[in-house]
Design a protein around this ligand. Structure first.
Ligand code: PXG
Length: 289
């Protein structure tokens, strides 16, 4: 089936799915997005993604031209039109086309775009053996610039950090905040395990409040682990017993080395393995859409 892309209420063939070059989403990165996943036709935590999208939009004073329910329904409709069960869903809302110049008042018609695609997974061997990461020199943005809680269309900081990771032969890079504390990776949240307790940077560390992060915190607490959200330093990562990342694409993925230091035993640990299994069960138990 030819892929179909949703733009402003209509489905278009991929080749015809186009928006204006005057759209401020393109000209200035003025817009917000979500990356969502469906498992066997079940969309994982759709309501949470819709809430985060609306919060991101509110933070940049962008009015999404449809209700939360209509947006959620459009996601399901697009998924069905594409005949996809295990899919990656990208929702993008741009400020809309305007004149050249930053002024958002000179734009009109924010565009809601929904793209679905087959999910591209990390190779299973990364889950078996773990990732190496390095700390990037590029920091997460200061909360008084674009707050990292906003999933905006401007990902340049993270892209620059990802390039630093790639230069060091790593698929992910650790980003610090403006105070030098650990924030997160370029597209994943970070967790460490120390003496059986699970620690992760708090929301005020300058992170995106990951939906996988939230699910893993809930799962871990329900399983009896202590989960502590706090200010963390690189020391906490370098000296951890275990480290793993969470995100929509990666789910939970182990980190076995950071900045050339092996983490714990240098291989994925038991807490990671336990939580990964619990997460796998969770994603198939969600409501059918
Ligand atoms: N931090 C950052 C900076 C992210 O961009 C996460 C953490 C994890 O959040 P979730 O809600 O996914 O658990 C992200 C997520 C993409 C894409 O297409 C990006 C993300 C997720 C899915 C797709 O680039 N980022």
């Amino acid at each position: 089936m030819a892929p179909k892309v949703y733009i402003a209420g209509k489905l278009y063939e991929k080749a015809d799915a186009k928006i204006s070059v005057f759209d401020h989403g393109l000209l200035y990165g003025d817009g917000v997005f979500e990356g969502i996943r469906s498992y066997s036709g079940r969309v994982f935590r759709l309501a949470s993604h819709v809430d985060r999208l609306f919060a991101s939009a509110a933070a940049i004073n962008l009015q999404i031209p449809m209700s939360r329910d209509a947006l959620a329904a459009a996601v399901i409709e697009t998924l069905k039109a594409n005949g996809l069960k295990d899919a990656y869903i990208r929702v993008v809302v741009t400020r809309g086309a305007g004149t050249l110049g930053l002024d958002p008042r000179k734009t009109s018609d924010p565009q809601v775009i929904i793209i679905t695609d087959a999910i591209s997974l990390y190779p299973e061997e990364l889950y078996e053996h773990g990732l190496k990461i390095v700390t990037a020199a590029t920091i997460r943005s200061h909360p008084n610039t674009v707050n990292p809680r906003v999933k905006s269309l401007n990902y340049l900081n993270n892209i620059l950090a990802k390039m630093e990771g790639a230069r060091a032969g790593c698929l992910e890079a650790l980003m610090l905040n403006h105070e030098g504390h650990v924030a997160e990776c370029t597209g994943d949240n970070v967790f460490v395990v120390r003496r059986g307790e699970i620690h992760t940077p708090s929301v005020d560390s300058g992170i995106l409040e990951g939906i996988t992060r939230e699910a893993v915190i809930e799962l871990a607490r329900a399983a009896g682990y202590a989960v502590i959200e706090r200010t963390m330093d690189r020391y906490d990562v370098h000296t951890a017993d275990e480290c793993f990342l969470t995100g929509t694409a990666a789910e939970l993925i182990p980190v076995v080395e950071c900045d050339d230091r092996p983490i714990g035993a240098g291989k994925p640990g038991p807490v990671f393995r336990d939580l990964r299994e619990r997460f796998k069960r969770l994603v198939v138990e969600g409501p059918e859409s």
